[in-house]
Design a protein around this ligand. Sequence first.
Ligand code: OOG
Ligand code: NI
Length: 266
Amino acid sequence: MQPSTFFDSLWQSYVKVTPQADRIQTLFKSHGEEVLNDHVAFRTFANSPIALAKLEPQLESMGYKAYGAFRFENKHLVARCYKHSDSSLPKIFLSELLVEELPENCQHIIQGLIKQIPKDAVQTPEIFWSGRLWETITLKDYDTLAEHSEYAAWLATMGLQANHFTVSINKLDTFTSIEEVNQLLQNEGYVLNQVGGLVKGSPELFLEQSSTMADKINYTFADGEEKTIPSCFYEFARRHVQPDGTLFDSFIEGNADKIFDSTNTK
Ligand code: OOG
Ligand code: NI
């Protein structure tokens, strides 16, 4: 699959549950901007038919290569990032939940979901917008997961899809700082992720990031109970030139740790 086809389809399914992203993109365009993506991100279950190692070959099939690895002890996650030889294409951040590090009751719930995923689920890049590959969970199980891992609760309800797209501030013309972008969004009434402050990172770290809080969607749980839950969010990233003259193109654990919280229920 051509990367352009991949990102077009991915965006279509993303905006269905993240209408704010479409509106924000339109907002930038109304200011004469062309919106280009810095990266997209996915979440998945480790040791499952859709584990990171099973998904990676699909990214490679489109010309992507891994170039960085990350560990989030407190969130029980590992992640890798991927880039394309065509550097105009978005980077990809793929994380997976180390289920065996969660309490027994959470492991039990998640194993019930993993069991339902076909062993050969990953065949083409289309897997990246396949959503839930298991039956809806109960509200009770959702609350149990959210208590121990917001990531687990999100993944159990939303499944495999773009968790966020990221506007490249570097490629905007009139909005040059992340503060200007944040101000625009707040003026328009968007709720931004405040964990650790509005801006994650700094020019000294060569990466500044901010994000909206995820949109909320109505969700019907297995027991028939309805509740609004976080879907996906939109991120904004500005990269800085390093002493060697190159633009920083990786990710930062301390930033990412806070960006994950954009889908928190609490
Ligand atoms: C990924 C969070 C990390 C970044 O840019 O550091 C990230 C996620 O929320 O799944 O996207
Ligand atoms: Ni991101």
